[in-house]
Design a protein around this ligand. Structure first.
Ligand code: OKP
Ligand code: ZN
Length: 319
């Protein structure tokens, strides 16, 4: 098992997102990852932590449109400079007002992708790799940022893996990964499976419905399990087992887990009822698939308990 971490993520620290015309303190804070790393070290994983390597931009170009990447790199830096540290919102390339740009956002987003791609490379030797990606990625579409996401780390990693075999992406973040779904919607070599809050009542609202099953080549290779707000451990477990059975039947070579901890009962922006011990159970079930697994950090906003959740999850993966 290896953990990938870089401190560069700390450079990305917007203060606000906009909800209903109001500035609300940003939930996707640097302390999230810092808390996880601190607790992983405390639990003896210090020696397993690796820095990310650097990768050519072509990995990102395979997934995101060239003018979107350029916008993030050049224009956003220039514009953000004028706005200081508050961040600003792009116009054409955004899904929402949760995803501000700072001058340093591009650098942090690149390093987050590097963490995921390093994870792919280590997966040839390791059964489990945990990439502490931040900013997260699963809402980022081919040419749109949204939901705290800029580049789709999981999609970029899954595409890289797909040259060596079929990939299943299991998205267990509280929110639907609309970006990942969009990116692989017409492909059968990457199977996207997600459990998340019903999009009629929760972010991202625009995607994550049951009838979105893929199109063309990809028909049948996209599976959404929307769950009601307040979903219990029982309901979650039942649904989770269905999702795993589908992955098993697909017989992938690799598993990518888009791993959000905002399904936790105390999460400030989530709304499910999962308690800490449940994360070990989930991980044990994932383990039973017996696949090389790249775990990519997505959301999770109860900073205080994130380390405990991550350690509990890892314990299950390692058994
Ligand atoms: C990103 B990830 C709710 C505000 C919603 C955006 C949520 C993005 C979630 N009060 N803001 O999937 O964890
Ligand atoms: Zn989330």
């Amino acid at each position: 098992m290896k953990i990938i971490y870089s401190p560069i993520h700390k450079k990305h620290s917007p203060k606000w997102e906009v909800i209903n015309e109001e500035n609300v303190p940003y939930a996707e804070v640097p302390e999230r990852i810092e808390q996880i790393v601190k607790d992983l070290k405390k639990n003896g994983y210090g020696n397993s932590i690796r820095k990310p390597r650097k990768f050519p931009i072509s990995h990102i170009r395979n997934i995101h449109q060239q003018h979107y990447i350029e916008y993030l790199k050049n224009i956003s830096k220039k514009e953000a400079k004028k706005k200081g540290t508050d961040g600003y919102f792009a116009s054409f390339f955004i899904l929402d007002r949760c995803t501000p740009l700072m001058q340093t956002t591009y650098d942090a987003a690149i390093e987050s992708v590097n963490c995921a791609l390093t994870g792919v490379q280590l997966l040839t030797r390791e059964k489990i790799v945990y990439a502490l990606c931040r900013p997260p990625g699963h809402h980022a579409e081919k040419n749109k940022m949204g939901g705290y996401c800029y580049f789709n780390n999981a999609a970029i990693a899954a595409h890289y893996l797909s040259s060596k075999g079929n990939v299943a992406i299991l998205d267990i973040d509280f929110h639907h990964g609309n970006g990942t779904q969009q990116i692989f919607y017409e492909r059968s070599d990457v199977f996207y499976v997600s459990l998340h809050v019903d999009p009629t009542v929760g972010f991202p609202y625009i995607a994550g419905f049951e009838n979105e099953t893929g199109t063309g080549e990809g028909k049948g290779y996209n599976k959404n399990f929307p769950l009601p707000l307040g979903a219990s451990e029982d309901l979650y477990e039942k649904t989770f087992k269905k999702a795993l059975r589908m992955i098993e039947n697909y017989k992938p070579t690799f598993l990518v887990v888009s791993c959000g901890f905002d399904t936790y009962e105390k999460d400030p922006i989530g709304g499910f009822k999962l308690r800490i011990p449940f994360y070990e159970k989930m991980a044990l079930l994932i383990n039973s698939l017996n696949l090389p697994a790249l775990v990519i950090q997505e959301g999770g906003y109860c900073v205080e308990d994130l380390g405990k959740i991550a350690n509990t999850f890892l314990k299950g993966l390692m058994r």
